[in-house]
Design a binder for this molecule. Structure first.
Ligand SMILES: Cc1ncc(COP(=O)(O)O)c(C=O)c1O
Length: 391
């Protein structure tokens, strides 16, 4: 290994959202935060060097989006995902959540319907409501050993006359699915048939852990599909640079792109200067680090699977295929508020209820193995005192 994922700098006291939460909430309690989706690893050396060099310049006026950063994005998307894009299709933003909102507003009117699935990254549930659209929330289903769409429900939802937008999380947070060609083709046929716009959030696409899975860009399924899709991507999850606030939308259709940009106009949602520098460095020079990171995360999944064997009542239905997130069904433990129980046991998971999945918790395993081992040890202790275990 050329990079060290086993030891990380202390993050407590470094203005980290993840690490700031517990000293604030329980000042005297030792809780390991494993909730919000950033990793505890240092970014690739090439990224750190680029940011330090930019900082050393000492002048931090408004940044320009130089040709170089567009070329990095174009090359990255081609090299990693085989999709040929035009730099003009790219819109940089400070983060991807505004891109979800902007797609909804660009492609529908108040009162029209937006289809989303659950459990899911919470803004997928709140964005339609905030924009005064009617949300149609469908449950993901576990069939033949994997999480997938409820096709009959999806067809019915897409067929409703007021449905205009489908929100797709690809790969899927929190179920960590990497959808295959058959599933995506089926989705493509549905949105084509019912003339829908798709917001395909692909922020997790460069962390595919399952060697048998391959990320497929939804928009790359066909020119007509590209024309009705807003693809959201960023280097932020993969290279752990979320705090540098930079993501981008890829929108091939000129009309949709203009409407999308108009929604964002005037809201000052431009990306950060350091975000551009870091994104470019990550895409151009981060590949060796990315590969090792994926390998390390796979090792973390192996550890989780091994330890869960000793935790009856904690169900990980499918081995995570992507990212650093594991979705546990803990209903069988019989806790009224499982998230709070785990907090009392020293573990700061994401609360499944926030994702539309009560009775579940989400583990962020983007951390050194020893820390993960300690999280799993604490989990075992909580499981051992669960009421469901005694009945
Ligand atoms: C699917 C998905 N989209 C978007 C985001 C957030 O992206 P950003 O910080 O760029 O808004 C996350 C963060 O966890 C995510 O999982």
């Amino acid at each position: 290994m050329a990079f060290n994922f086993d030891s990380c700098p202390e993050r407590a006291g470094t203005d980290s959202t993840k690490w700031h939460k517990y000293p604030n909430k329980y000042p005297n309690k030792d809780i390991i935060p494993c909730w919000i989706a950033d990793m505890d690893f240092m970014s690739p050396p090439a990224v750190i060097d680029a940011v330090q060099a930019r900082a050393a310049h000492g002048v931090f006026g408004y940044p320009a989006q130089r040709d170089g950063v567009f070329a990095s994005v174009v090359n990255h998307v081609r090299r990693r995902h085989g999709w040929e894009i035009n730099p003009e299709w790219v819109t940089f933003m400070c983060s991807l959540v505004p891109g979800i909102h902007a797609t909804i507003r660009a492609a529908s009117k108040p009162g029209e319907s937006v289809v989303t699935t659950a459990p899911v990254y919470p803004p997928f549930l709140s964005a339609p409501v905030i924009s005064e659209r009617h949300p149609i929330k469908l449950e993901m289903v576990f069939v033949d050993g994997r999480w997938t769409f409820d096709w009959a429900a999806l067809e019915a939802a897409c067929a409703q006359p007021h449905t205009k937008v489908l929100l797709l999380c690809n790969p899927y947070n929190p179920l960590a699915r990497v959808f295959d060609r058959t599933e995506l083709d089926r989705l493509a046929a549905l949105v084509r048939k019912h003339d829908l716009t798709v917001c395909s959030d692909e922020i997790h696409c460069d962390l595919v852990l399952d060697p048998a899975a391959k990320h497929l860009v939804f928009a790359a399924l066909g020119e007509d599909i590209a024309a009705r899709t807003v693809t959201l991507m960023a280097a932020s999850k993969t290279f752990n640079i979320a705090g540098l606030t930079c993501g981008f939308a890829i929108i091939p259709d000129a009309g949709l792109r203009t409407r999308f940009r108009r929604v964002l106009q005037g809201l000052s949602l431009d990306q950060n200067m350091f975000g551009l520098v870091a994104t470019q460095a990550a895409f151009d020079h981060g590949e060796a680090w990315r590969l090792e990171c994926v390998d390390y995360l796979r090792g973390n999944v192996d550890l989780i699977e091994a330890e869960l064997k000793g935790m009856p009542g904690v169900v990980l239905r499918q081995r995570p295929q992507s990212s650093f997130l594991a979705w546990f069904d803990v209903t069988a433990l019989g806790f009224e508020d499982p998230h709070a129980e785990f907090e009392q046991g020293g573990i700061g998971f994401s609360n499944g209820a926030d994702f539309g999945g009560p009775g579940h918790v989400r583990l962020n395993f983007g951390c050194p193995r020893e820390r993960l081992r300690e999280i799993l040890r604490r989990m075992k202790a909580v499981v051992a005192r669960a009421p469901g275990r005694r009945s």
